[in-house]
Design a protein around this ligand. Structure first.
Ligand code: TMP
Length: 212
């Protein structure tokens, strides 16, 4: 359709245990109930190829995985999910709420794995071809609070959850650098609060973007 308005591309980011998935799903459902054209997605997001790539990354048996291999696989999975799920929705005017995107790689691979944010951005530039999020909701939670939540809520931990507190602190510092670098894109929400409060703040922020 000529002149059809593209959907907004909104990402949710935050350290493990920030409640990102619960919050982004709740916000999506609430907006859908109100009649907004919104779709929730997360990498690999049911894209069969992206799914297969992701299962290699998270396999607890792959303890020997090289950090650059991991970064490339995340970028590859991101690319496929973008092409299969995100871009078609945006083209149809649907807003996409995506649970983690490029900023996760900058924080986890760039800083957590110490590959450097610039090098990680370079491979992601190739993968996303300019499709940066319009806005990013960052759920800010202290690293230790986040880890405590994970240990309280989960019965099994994936390969990345099992990383040391040092790793998670580097990730948190990585996110701080991302927030500074992309300040115009970021909406920061205090996620140390109760889930209902975090959901309410995130909902208000996203609704504000859609109504603007
Ligand atoms: P999740 O917590 O959203 O389920 O994500 C699973 C793990 O994958 C989490 O520890 C963060 C990690 N991750 C990266 O390290 N780099 C990335 O680019 C993405 C998307 C996730």
């Amino acid at each position: 359709m000529i002149g059809m308005k593209k959907g907004l591309f909104i990402t949710f980011e935050g350290p493990d245990g920030s409640g990102k998935t619960t919050v982004s799903k709740a916000v999506t459902e609430q907006l859908q109930k109100e009649g907004y054209a919104v779709q929730y997605s997360r990498e690999p997001g049911g894209s069969s190829i992206a799914e297969q790539i992701r299962s290699i990354i998270l396999d607890v048996n792959n303890t020997d995985m090289d950090a650059r291999t991991e970064a490339l696989l995340y970028a590859a999975s991101r690319r496929q999910h973008l092409v299969d799920k995100v871009l078609p929705a945006l083209e149809q005017g649907i807003t996409v709420i995506c649970d983690r995107f490029v900023d996760s790689s900058l924080a986890y691979q760039g800083c957590g794995r110490q590959l450097g944010m610039e090098d990680v951005m370079d491979i992601n530039r190739f993968a996303i071809e300019g499709h940066m999020p319009d806005k990013t909701i960052f759920l800010d939670v202290d690293a230790q609070v986040g880890l405590d939540r994970i240990h309280a809520n989960r019965t099994s931990l994936d390969r990345l959850d099992q990383e040391s507190i040092d790793f998670h602190e580097r990730v948190y510092n990585g996110y701080k650098a991302v927030i500074e670098k992309y300040a115009d894109r970021m909406i920061i929400i205090d996620a140390n609060k109760k889930p209902e409060e975090v959901i309410a703040s995130a909902y208000a922020a996203v609704k504000g973007l859609l109504d603007a």
